[in-house]
Design a binder for this molecule. Structure first.
Ligand code: 3YP
Ligand code: ZN
Length: 367
């Protein structure tokens, strides 16, 4: 069993410029970093090196996704606009004014999509059993015609479309555990019954009015989109219950050839952009749950591609913990002070979390 790992130094060079969190600086917003800064991701990579886990992983070198790859998901107008803004001295924005990129940001965004492609192809070729693509910028909000929510291109969707172009019979399931709704991945396959998209997210966080239980796909794809909106505050037990009650049975029934995980660590208890309570050990449990069902249905094939997560100090601990579980290499980077968050009251499944999950489970129906 080998675990693949994709990283490129240029992922840290994606430039979201001087910001004050979400907005550009002004006379009331002192210049600081954009939330989507390199820190959490670079420090995740650094910890993999320093703790030694990286020596047990199979490094996979990404290359830029081609125009053809990007155009399987995006409109020619979106690709052309990103390229044009990227070619200026100032760079541009992916579409909503909160998704900036620097000069030559196009090349880095294409390299992020290419990282997801390389990770997925390594898994499908059998070079590795599972893989983690630590890419940046993220992708799960990007829709065919525009980027949004810090995303430029839909990395996971582009990788899946590329794999399906090579093998039209391929069946893929996505399990998006980023705290925000995976609206872009969902949109790319909304009418497609061969790609099951599942998103667990904080109820109505971002995008607003997106990711309700009632969003279930359309046409041939009706039933093949599953949304699990969870109440703000949900912790490890609530997430594990959602996995056990909704995600695992759906995966068992759908029986994909591979599971793709848009992986954000912004459902963590330390995240500034989410209001959830998941700890590193919660992410370890969810990883185990996915690995167990993946072993049953698809020989363990899982490819994770990085999305959000904005705590520079805690994202690396969650990421290394997930990769420890994926690779079977025991690494414990969790100090007892952090472990004490595992036993806090918000980790316990409560009645309104249970009923939210049960309602999502009741809405699941596909052939
Ligand atoms: C985009 C603007 C406000 C919240 C933000 C969400 C980015 C993210 O982590 N998406 O997964
Ligand atoms: Zn997110």
């Amino acid at each position: 069993m080998a675990t693949g790992y994709v990283w490129h130094e240029l992922y840290g060079w994606h430039d979201t410029s001087s910001h004050a969190g979400l907005l550009p600086p002004s006379l009331v917003l002192q210049p600081y970093h954009h939330f989507e800064s390199p820190e959490s991701k670079q420090r995740f990579h650094s910890l993999l090196e320093v703790c030694g886990l990286i020596d047990h992983l199979t490094r996979i070198q990404p290359k830029q996704a081609s125009d053809e790859d990007i155009l399987r998901i995006h409109t020619p107008e979106h690709l052309a606009r990103i390229k044009a803004e990227s070619a200026t001295l100032k760079g541009g924005d992916a579409g909503d004014g909160t998704s900036p990129f620097g000069p030559q940001g196009f090349e880095i965004a294409a390299l992020a999509a290419g990282g997801a492609i390389a990770g997925l192809n390594a898994v499908l070729a059998g070079d590795v059993t599972n893989a983690y693509a630590l890419v940046r910028p993220p992708g799960h909000h990007a829709r065919p015609e525009t980027g949004m929510g810090f995303c430029i291109f839909a990395n996971a969707a582009i990788a899946i479309a590329q794999a399906k172009a090579a093998n039209p019979d391929l069946r893929v399931a996505t399990v998006d555990w980023d705290v925000h709704h995976g609206n872009g991945t969902q949109a790319a396959f909304y009418d497609d019954p061969t790609v099951l998209t599942i998103s667990l997210h904080q109820d109505d966080l971002f995008p607003r009015n997106s990711g309700a239980i009632e969003e279930r796909g359309e046409g041939e794809g009706l039933g093949y989109a599953i949304n699990i909106p969870l109440p703000a505050g949900t912790g490890n037990e609530g997430y594990a219950y959602a996995m056990q009650t909704v995600v695992v049975p759906a995966l068992r029934r759908f029986s994909p050839d591979v599971i793709v995980v848009p992986s954000g660590f912004d459902a963590s208890c330390f995240d500034p952009l989410g209001r959830m309570s998941v700890t590193a050990s919660g992410y370890r449990v969810m990883t185990r749950q996915l690995m167990d069902v993946a072993e049953e249905v698809c020989s363990g094939r899982i490819m994770m591609t990085h999305e959000g997560g904005y705590s520079p100090t805690y994202v690396p601990l969650c990421g290394v913990t997930v990769l420890s579980e994926m690779s079977g290499v025991p690494v414990d980077v969790i100090h007892e002070l952090y472990a004490s968050f595992d036993t806090m009251p918000e980790q316990t499944l409560n009645d309104y979390q249970r009923s939210a999950v049960d309602r999502a489970a009741a809405a699941v129906s596909f052939a």
